[in-house]
Design a protein around this ligand. Structure first.
Ligand code: PGA
Length: 273
């Protein structure tokens, strides 16, 4: 059995004022199973905009089921970097996670592979769990370049991050495979295609860090995940969870996606045995 714990993360993008964010957190907590004192088997993370992080952290301090993440970070600790937020500031504001290299950062803000990798390394050094996004555009997919693009994005990451000690697990990293053409389009990838890319991601990790570290690495799928389509992704043994955009803004839909992950666990994740 794999020891990989499922992770479902919600990327709220540029949505929600402070009041709205607290409302969404409260609605989500009311819908989750279990007790606030006990973490669920599935790790659940919400990633509000920077302005809502601290108030959400204060609310989530009283609930062990949901953890807090940011959507981006800069690599320096402090200094004259107008508009930037450092890993230390995120940790101080209550974040345990950070999304790095999202395709919107890469496409709209022109972030390069090297910059994304540098951010990931700085965040990991601060003790934040990095959810590192990779994925191809439609053009790249049509040109049959998915594997090459993902390999290039990961090569920058492996070059920037120190290998886990003793060839063991990399506890502070998950990789999210998010095909750009599937993000926000309502057109998710096929679970079998996402699973194939997850296999490539794990091969790349094995080549960089060795087999044990690769087997411990969580690979998520992201791109138009919904309550209707989540289960087939979460049931693939190659996939360890989901990064959810649009549907994470709806507490009921996000809770239903989390429930799909839990059902999968209850079924014993048979394919992993
Ligand atoms: P989506 O976004 O679920 O709205 O497609 C996913 C993401 O951008 O992480």
């Amino acid at each position: 059995m794999s020891a990989r714990r499922p992770l479902v993360a919600g990327n709220w993008k540029m949505h929600k004022t402070v009041g709205e964010a607290l409302g969404l957190v409260n609605s989500l907590l009311a819908l989750l199973p279990g007790e606030p004192t006990e973490p669920l088997e599935t790790e659940i993370v919400v990633c509000p905009p920077f302005t809502a992080l601290w108030p959400c952290a204060q609310r989530l301090a009283h609930d062990a089921r949901v953890r807090l993440g940011a959507q981006d970070v800069f690599w320096e600790t402090e200094g004259a970097y107008t508009g930037a937020v450092s890993p230390r500031m995120l940790a101080d504001a209550g974040c345990a996670y950070v999304i790095v290299g999202h395709s919107e950062r890469r496409a709209i803000f022109r972030e390069t592979d090297e910059e994304a990798a540098r951010k990931a390394a700085a965040a990991a050094k601060e003790g934040l769990h990095v959810i590192f996004c990779v994925g191809e555009t439609l053009e790249e997919r049509d040109a049959d370049r998915t594997r090459e693009v993902v390999a290039r994005q990961l090569a920058a990451l492996w070059a920037a991050l120190p290998a886990p000690p003793g060839g063991g697990a990399a506890p502070g990293l998950s990789v999210a495979y998010e095909p750009v053409w599937a993000i926000g389009t309502g057109r998710a990838a096929r679970p079998e295609d996402a699973a194939e890319v997850a296999g490539w991601i794990r091969e790349s990790a094995a080549a960089a860090w060795g087999r044990a570290a690769a087997e411990a690495l969580r690979v998520l799928y992201g791109g138009s995940v919904s309550p209707e389509n989540a289960a087939p992704f979460l049931q693939r043994p190659e996939l360890d969870g989901a990064l959810v955009g649009g549907k994470s803004l709806d507490a009921r839909a996000f809770a239903a996606i989390v429930a799909a992950a839990r059902d999968d666990e209850l079924q014993g994740r048979a394919a992993r045995a």
